[in-house]
Ligand binder design. Structure first.
Ligand SMILES: C[S@@+](CC[C@H](N)C(=O)[O-])C[C@H]1O[C@@H](n2cnc3c(N)ncnc32)[C@H](O)[C@@H]1O
Length: 338
């Protein structure tokens, strides 16, 4: 990013969260779905949402300024990306992820980032996740799990398409959460069986999603902390997706060693996470997400390919490469056990 030289660029940064909040509010009212359904005028949208025209006009104006919608002759229309990703039933519909994870979890969490930067706990008596998700007025475990699952289904399909695991029989998804990645891999490789290791509370949801996907018979679940619980051995591939950014840097060598020990010779370890480049120049969204990761864990590392590859190399892996996964947001590092 070129260093800025105009005060309006500072305004764009300071006011930016207002535009984000306008999007979250629009999703709460499901405005884009209503526009797609034919409620195109201010009057029709006011009736469909129950929001008074004067207040709705202000929200719609904000949405126009950021290009989410347009207006011509008194009729509103969704922008092409809005129609593809923010409308019920659209091919890339990820409204719940944006509304619950970004608009609930991250937005609420970032109110505490100054505390986290000072190394203080966000909640004096509970963990960050517990405080934001489970507390009264929080996001709610059910809504969070469902939103995270929906948000991961698309990336998981990309992952399963891109990573060649032909010949592999056993896949271990450490911190596998709802199981979106395990499902995508099992669908592509009918001979494969998977194990998801995650905290017991998370596994309740993972079991339900596995049943709904008809994959219960091919997925085992191991409840516990990945740093202290024994991992099942004899694996052909181990994935950790968004786990290295969630734990402290001090725990990463142990996770790398555990992956090494769990794998058969020739097996692959795959690290998928937010990573900035080695010069710490960007990409922007990766850097922003990593800032949020310190809310969860003050010891979280500003991950780079060099750091990830170094940790895998130290554990004995032969590093293959790191490549972008979700463009401008996440990267995937692959390494093999010799
Ligand atoms: C952001 S979620 C990602 C879930 C999944 N890997 C995906 O990409 O969809 C991070 C997951 O890592 C799990 N996790 C974080 N630290 C862990 C630890 N020490 N032991 C086990 N699971 C952990 C969390 O419970 C959560 O399910």
């Amino acid at each position: 990013m070129k260093p800025i030289d105009d005060v309006r660029q500072i305004s764009a940064i300071t006011y930016g969260f207002l535009a984000s909040k306008a999007l979250f509010a629009a999703l709460d009212l499901d405005i884009f779905t209503k526009i797609a359904g034919g409620a195109a005028t201010l009057t029709a949208l006011s009736e469909a949402t129950g929001v008074a025209p004067n207040r709705l006009r202000t929200l719609l104006t904000t949405l126009k300024t950021v290009g989410l919608i347009s207006e011509a002759d008194g009729a509103f229309a969704n922008a092409p990306a809005t129609a593809t990703y923010l409308v019920a039933g659209a091919p890339g519909d990820f409204r719940d992820y944006v509304r619950v994870v970004n608009g609930g979890f991250l937005y609420e969490g970032m109110r505490h980032v100054e505390k986290s930067l000072r190394g203080e706990r966000v909640f004096p008596d509970k963990g960050f996740y517990e405080g934001i998700v489970y507390s009264e007025g929080g996001v709610g475990a059910e809504a969070f799990g469902a939103a995270q699952h929906k948000g991961s289904l698309g990336p998981a399909r990309i992952f399963a398409k891109r990573v060649d695991l032909a010949g592999a029989r056993r896949f271990l998804d450490v911190g596998g959460g709802s199981g979106a990645y395990a499902h995508a891999v099992l669908r592509r490789y009918p001979e494969m069986r998977a194990t998801i290791l995650d905290f017991p509370e998370t596994l309740e949801t993972a079991r339900r999603y596995a049943a709904e996907a008809g994959l219960s018979g091919r997925i085992a679940h191991v409840g516990g902390n990945a740093i202290t619980t024994a991992w099942p051995g004899g694996q052909d591939a181990v994935l950790m997706s968004y786990v290295w950014s969630a734990v402290g840097a001090a725990d990463i060598p142990a996770l790398a060693r555990r992956a090494f020990d769990a794998l058969n010779p020739g097996g692959s370890v795959l690290i998928h996470d937010f990573m900035v480049d080695d010069a710490h120049q960007g990409p922007d969204f990766a850097a922003w997400y990593l800032l949020a990761a310190i809310l969860d864990n003050p010891g979280a590392e500003c991950l780079t390919p060099g750091f990830v590859e170094g940790a895998l190399g130290d554990a004995g892996f032969a590093v293959e490469r790191t490549e972008p996964m979700l463009d401008g947001i996440t990267s995937l590092t692959r390494a093999r056990k010799p």
